[in-house]
Design a binder for this molecule. Structure first.
Ligand code: FES
Ligand code: FES
Length: 171
């Protein structure tokens, strides 16, 4: 057992005893009722279960949760799909996903959203040339599987958000 304490979407979660074989996905969905994080393949292949990990150095990464023990997040700060909108206001990225009809069933959406958010934050710190943008988005979203709408609509939505604020994201 591990006494798990972590921060989720900026809020410290009261320490809780968890089995060492409990996955992070089960912890979020079953223990905390945070069902926005999905469970797809269960084998780190589809990335529908992806969340954001905020590192102490100010960088952020994404990680699947289906095969990763909850205990390994002890002391960490993470973000989930539930943490994006503020006071009922969707982010520009969320709005772009809707405007582009980027999803149908929505099963993959939380994973794409978290991945794209990390990309935006990375570009805000280290902008890329316009000529590198398509490849940069492709590489960032690579590995996320969508069975409904395909990938181009997510790609276009992310591109739109970036092109709407070139001074922030482009070199
Ligand atoms: S459910 Fe985790 S990668 Fe598919
Ligand atoms: S919207 Fe259904 S899997 Fe992507």
């Amino acid at each position: 057992m591990t006494r798990l304490a972590l921060t989720i979407n900026g809020r410290a979660i009261d320490p809780i005893e968890v089995r060492d074989d409990l996955s992070m996905n089960d912890f979020l969905r079953e223990h905390l009722g945070m069902t926005g994080t999905k469970f797809g393949c269960g084998a780190a292949q589809c990335l529908s279960c992806t969340i954001i990990v905020d590192n102490p150095d100010g960088t952020s990464d994404t990680t699947p949760t289906c095969i990763v023990p909850a205990a390994s997040f002890n002391g960490k700060a993470i973000r989930t799909v539930e943490g994006h909108a503020r006071d009922g206001q969707l982010t520009a990225l969320q709005k772009a996903f809707i405007d582009h009809f980027a999803f149908q069933c929505g099963y993959c959406t939380a994973g794409f959203l978290n991945e794209a958010q990390v990309l935006l934050e990375r570009l805000a710190k280290k902008p890329v040339a316009r000529t590198e943008l398509e490849k940069t988005i492709e590489e960032a979203l690579d590995g996320h599987i969508c069975r409904c709408t395909g990938y181009i609509k997510y790609h276009e939505a992310v591109r739109d958000v970036i092109l709407a604020d070139p001074q922030r994201y482009l070199a």
